[in-house]
Design a protein. Sequence first.
Lengths: 574, 840
Amino acid sequence: MLSESFVASTLSSAKTPTATLRDVGICLQEFQPSPQLRSTFKKSSTTTNCLAVSPSHIFSAQADKAVVHVYSREKGNQEALVPFPERIRSIAVAGAKYGDVLVLGTEGGRLILWETCTGRQVATTASHLQPVTSIVVDPTSNFILSGSDDASIHVWSIPNILSFSKPAQGRDRQPSNAPIRTFSNHRAAITSLAVGHSAGRHNIAVSTAKDNTAIAWDYQTGRVLRTYLLPFSATCVALDPVDRAFYVGYEDGSAQSIVFYRSNSAQNPLHDPSLQSTPAQVSAEDRWLPPSADSGAIKALALSYDGTTLLSAHESGKVLSWNIARRKFTASIADYTHPVTNLVMLPPNGLPLSSQDLKRTIHTIVKPRVDNSFADPAHAPGAVPAEYAFNTHILASSTQPKSRKPSQFSQALTHAYFPDSMIEEGLAELAALRQPGGSDVIRVAATSSSHADTSVPATTQEDTHVADLEAEVAMLKKRVAVNDTARHANASEVTKLRSDLAQLQDYINELHEKQEAAQQDKVQRQARKEERETKRREAWLAAEKKGRNGDAVMRKMEIDDGMLTSESDDQSDE
Amino acid sequence: MMPTSKPEVQDTYRHSFRRVAKEARRELKEDNLSFFYNDLLQRLEPVSIEVAEALSSVCYVLVAMASTTLRAVTHRLTTTPVDQLPSIAAFLAASLSDCAELLSAPQAQKPGKGDSDHAVQIHKLKIRLASLLQDRSVEGRWTAVVLVKATVEAGQWEILRGYEPIVRGLIGILAKPDPVSTRKMCIITLTRIFHLTYQYPTLVREITTPHLPGFVTAALNLVSTLVKLPSGSSRKPKPNTPFMEIVLHSILELIPRHPTIFRPFGTQLSSLLGDILSSSSQVYYPEQVLDVAEQLFASLYRCAPKDKSGHGWNDECKSTIWSAHRAADHVFRAIAEQWESVDPTLVHTKQHYSKELADPSADALGFPGWAGIHAGTDRLVILLRILSEIISLPSAATVAIPLGSILDLTSRLTSVTIPPNGEASQNGVQFNPQISRDERELLWAELPRIHIACMDLLAHVVSVLETSTAPISQNILEQVTWVFKHEKFCREVRSASYDLLSSVLKLTGPAMTKQSVASVASVLRVTCHDLLPQFEDSIAAKAQTDPKSKSKGGQGTANADSFLDPELRKKQQLKAGPQFPEVQQAASGLLQSALAYIAPELLAPSIRAEIDRTIILTSNKDAMLASVLNPIPAAKGRGAGSSLMPFLVRSYPEQMEVEALVRPRMPVLMSVPELDAYAEMEEEEEADEMVDEPFTNTSQTTSFLKEPAVATAGAQKTEPSAASVAPLQKRTYFEETPAKSHSSPASEQQPVQAKKARFEEKAQAPASVPAYQPTKVEASMVPKQVPAVSQAPAAQATSQLTAGAPLPVDDSDDELPTLNIESDTEDDDEDEDEDVAMEG
């Protein structure tokens, strides 16, 4: 449910409150929808501007003591009691929505910055001559405005004060923990400060002082935008959420709204140079008077989230609400008996505000370290010391500078069922699964009695048939190829055999011829032998006839013959 | 009769549709509606599924009653053959998620009859899903997984109670050789179930505690193999598994919620992740897998043994930083580092310069050793990325982010940059003479990767700390500008620097000093150069002026083209080439932050002019807005500074922020009458609601009466519907053409009748049946009618519609009566006959 609350702190006084509020110093009160006390924190007594609220903690600087009480909003108890060397006259939280840095204004006129997550503590120069009574931090958490009883307002740069590594300074530059600008248009002690809600370069600040003035000025340049001469000295100031007006509270318990816009001109009158030099007189009759005179001075002012209701904290212990549009008192919200000195509105619960979305939270603050361990290491000036650690509880995965692409998984995990891409992928896979497997096809074909799907199985059936045929063809082709090769092999064998045969026949023929030749030779030799025989016999006969020794002739002839035969034999042998 | 052709299907559609619409008007009782719904579903069984889907979604909107839908879903789920279920699974799941109210309604109190009926339906659904999960067919299981997820999302606690058997079935599927998608979806569904049980102790006891270990084992088995070692079991990743990413995601999702259950898997997981991240197995893992593995590794400390879990985060962070230092010791051995650690406890590893660059032993995180400079850089980058994840993932408790050590590490890594021209000592880098030149040059090549990882780490730091970055922002700025100065040639270094710088500027820009701005300014110049479009023309011009380039073949031909086509040159074609959207995006983001957050008086006028020129040329709206809102301060002696406002208004005249900027209408602080006016306005609004219907009706009728003025368009419009009605009335095709000309005036007359009839009905309807809202029915019907018109004329008609009348919504409204003819009863009877014929 949407609800809006505020934190109020009181200064203990002689009065005795009711039993429920005994000892209570800080109250967390629901304002809308129904005003009622939600929780309380005890043992605190604060003066004005001494209460600071972060998302996890409440800090209250104690009146007349050099101590800051730290209360845990989560646990609802007092978490720590932090002593400081000087009295603290005003505090504020810096660090935008996290409130990691506590800014303390001391009695001696310096600021102390305490990083509640690391325990580091940095002090500035004592630039104020009087106690620092009011501190505000701008929406970007880059600048601190501090007002003092010495009538000056200093503007400080948080990064400059906190930075380990000091940027190189020019010759004539101040040390980095000195104010970067001073606003000294007020003539008396500063009572209250308010800063505009812009994160841009032209943000405004409104300051009130005891010289009965309120000045709207540009803290980035120190330029005065408008001076208002108030009927009385304002004790506190609050700015409209859209910076259209500011509200001041007076000692007599009355409040007043001062609207920047008077005419319908398109130009912001604050930036109209013709008006900047002339102070505007604010009439005392325009005040919104409190319901009774005994309500006491307004100590603090706060505005509701929608900017339509003004809350005022009074010395009498009452918190009153005012209708801004009707310009009058509407109701009394609470009564804490003791003077209410601070009023801090909390951001509403139940609105999905991205600006209030915390990526981390602090459960326990780290007390300021007294030792000087965060000083620069001797060998490396400007380096961050090794002990410097940031204590926090990381809640949500921080949005990275390069926003990571949401993965398929994270999309699917929180989808109502599954993203379309995933379903399609699955369907495709199922379809693919159905195609090649033979058994699947048969099963689908058998069950596809439905008309809607007949085409699909039919085609698949055909497809498989074709595939079968193709396989068969391929097989046959292969077989033919095998046969072919076999036949080729046979043929070549045959031809080889044939050629072998022919060779053999040739050889046989040759052999035959040789044999014939040998036969003929033999026959011729026989014939010659017979011829010689007959010749010899004829010669013997002739010799016998002539009366010579036929034998001698025979022998002679034999020798001749022998030579002859040997010759002829030799020839035949060849 | 089975519908085969398109027109007939459409006829069926139209008939059924008309019937439902009519009946719904006549009798608004739930039972009747559900009867018609089921009747339609049965009738449409033979018609194609698309039509059925479309029609049932139309019917669903008409009926708007979850119980009917639920019954229909269960009916379809039980009657449809299993192998056809996947095609309607998405539709069924969508229907289920639409009856979320019913499914998540507590069943403890069930006073009414209807409620018990719902319980029966839900029970039926659960039974069917459980049996489908066990189905023999792949399709059945696939559908079951999809629908289980849908019911779980819709029903949450009510459904999860008693889902124990289904969880068991789902885990069983993981072990089966089902399709990849089934198993993937199964993992997601189970993760979601365990994710949802987290908040409810009863469900944790019933489902998570008994089944989560089984799921983790099954999931890990999908991606890895278990290796039993004497010291304990470890897991080796399976190469090439499609499940790696999804399993790691799932475990990453579950570890923070059920850390105790994951405790036994701690060592297995770390060995598996160690293998993946150290890439020791020579397997390539895609970027997403590495990404999720890093995140998972960074959250492993949650399942550390109980006695250590308190310090787990801090220990893991510390050992990651130490491992990174150790890897850097090896990788950077080619140079003599000037850096000195701020942490005196850090010990450097001894080097053997004679050996090849390698770290043979396992480091503090248990990653195995590596060899070679590329592997070393890989390791360093992975460690830096793990560190980024550690500091950005949600932590279990309060942790101490060691900013000092992190910045110490990044300052070490960024202090070494590539020396210009490879010369030593120009940027303070001193070479180690014991190492060869080759290795040194390899190191130069690897350096940009290391620096990109450093800058990503710093970007994570900034993103976590936000405004608390202030103490260290100056250190970060120095490191970035240093690296940028020496390595701006690398595109990714530029991109990472732009991102980091712009996030730092957002936080501490307003308070930046002149010196810091000056150091950023040099980066801004390069940024402008990155963003400015490169024109073909300028290249051509360059080529022309340079005579030497003419001799080069490639450029010569490119120029020839631009000479040949003078149009091409006129158009100033953008240089074709690879686009780098990341760099451009980062660069425009940086320019925008620079304009918005840096004090304009600190930026040198020349740079400001360059930036303004760039954002005009790139039409960067946000940057132009930032420039207009932070104008150049008027210098003394000169006139007012120029503003980009004309450019902004010319380029984006219709944007709201431009309007708000140029014509501010900030309301003055409200006064009393205004407040009262606000209250009156509310009353008026109520009154408006009261008279809303007559008002819309009159507007409709008036717009219709104007119709004759737009005559042709109106006549044309009615044609398609007349044509599609024609076959119903058994006209022959030849008669149709003359019939058209007759029917168009007739159908113009008809709407008037119908409109009037409807008018009366509307006047009566709220009185008789308050629950029934005719306007709503109309609205829901209108968009569905457009596709009902047959295709060819439809295209024609729509084109005419856009041409003839500016408001398409009105047109479809006017078209409505022709589809809604209820005054003529004969037509209805015909319809009935037709329907009977259809069934027969």
